[in-house]
Ligand binder design. Structure first.
Ligand code: NI
Length: 261
C-alpha cells in the first residue's frame, strides 16, 4: 500500500536533526511522498531548500493568514512567493487563506482577504494548485473561492466546516483534507462529512508536527501517522484500507500533478 502525506511541516524545529529517521519511518509505513508547506516567506524559502535533500519530498510555498506582516511590503512578498513557486519540486501555493480565530478586527480581516487573493493570483499565473488554511472564516473563505478562485484547483486543508460548506467546496471541484481530528472522540461533524464525501474529493494529511491522530494524540505528529487517518476513513466508510490508500493517493497525484516529477 502507498500513501501520500499531502500536508506537513518537517522544517519545524520540533523535528530538528531527526528528519532522516522520520522519513525512514514514513517509508516503512508506505508513505512514499510528503508535501511540506511554508507559512512565512522565510519558512517557504527553507522548505524549498529542504525538499531538495530528499527524494519523495515536495514543497508548497505561501504566507499563512496569521503571518500577514510578511506582506507589509506587498510587492516584495508577491515577487518572493512568485520566485519561490518556480523552484524545483514546488507543487503548490500554500498554505494561504483566512484565519479569524485571533483576528477579530474588520481591518485585520480585510488585510487577510487581500493577501489571500493576491496569492491565489500567483497560483493562477503559474498554474499551480492551492492549499487553503481556513479557520473560523467559513463564509468569507467560501465567497473568495467562488469568486477569485474560479478555474483554480485546490484543497481546503484540515477541513473544519459543515457538511453544507463541504458540498459547496466540492461543487467548485475542490477537495477537503482530512487530518488527525477525524480520529478524536470530539470530531464533531467530520465523520458524517467523510462518510458522504465522493471518494475523489478526499485527501489525507498529517499537518505534522501538529494534530497527531489517535493513538498518538497529544504527541508530536509525523508523516507515518497518516496511515491512522486512512484507517479511520476506511472504518467510517466501510471500505478496505487498500481501497482508501489507492484513491487518496490517486487524488493527491491528480491535484498535485507535479508530484510525478
Ligand atoms: Ni499546516
Amino acid at each position: 500500500m502507498k500513501f501520500i502525506d499531502t500536508h506537513c511541516h518537517l522544517t519545524d524545529k520540533k523535528f530538528s536533526a531527526e528528519v532522516a529517521e522520520i522519513f525512514e519511518r514514513a517509508k516503512n509505513a508506505g508513505v512514499e511522498k510528503i508535501i511540506n508547506f511554508g507559512s512565512t516567506l522565510q519558512d517557504s524559502a527553507e522548505v524549498v531548500n529542504f525538499v531538495e535533500k530528499f527524494s519523495g519530498m515536495f514543497a508548497g510555498v505561501g504566507v499563512h493568514p496569521e503571518e500577514v506582516q510578511d506582506f507589509a511590503d506587498e510587492n516584495f512578498a508577491v515577487e518572493k512567493i512568485f520566485e519561490l513557486a518556480q523552484k524545483n519540486k514546488v507543487v503548490a501555493i500554500g498554505e494561504i487563506g483566512l484565519d479569524y480565530h485571533w483576528e477579530k478586527s474588520a481591518e485585520g480581516k480585510k488585510i487577510q482577504q487581500k493577501i489571500f487573493i493576491q496569492q491565489l493570483e500567483i497560483a493562477r499565473q503559474l498554474n499551480l494548485p492551492v492549499c487553503v488554511h481556513e479557520r473560523d472564516a467559513h463564509g468569507d473563505a467560501l465567497k473568495i473561492l467562488q469568486t477569485e478562485g474560479k478555474n483554480l484547483r485546490g484543497v481546503l486543508h484540515c477541513f473544519s466546516g459543515s457538511l453544507e460548506m463541504a458540498r459547496e467546496v466540492w461543487k467548485l471541484g475542490w477537495l477537503i483534507g482530512i487530518d488527525g481530528p477525524l480520529t478524536f472522540k470530539n470530531s464533531a461533524k467530520l465523520p458524517e462529512i467523510v462518510q458522504v464525501a465522493p471518494r475523489e474529493m478526499l485527501l489525507i494529511e498529517t499537518d505534522a508536527p501538529y494534530l497527531a491522530p489517535v493513538p498518538h494524540r497529544g504527541k508530536r505528529n509525523e508523516p507515518a501517522f497518516v496511515v491512522e487517518i486512512a484507517k479511520k476513513i476506511a472504518e467510517i466508510r466501510g471500505e478496505n484500507l487498500e481501497t482508501v490508500a489507492e484513491y487518496t493517493t490517486k487524488n493527491a497525484a491528480f491535484l498535485y500533478s507535479r508530484l510525478a516529477d
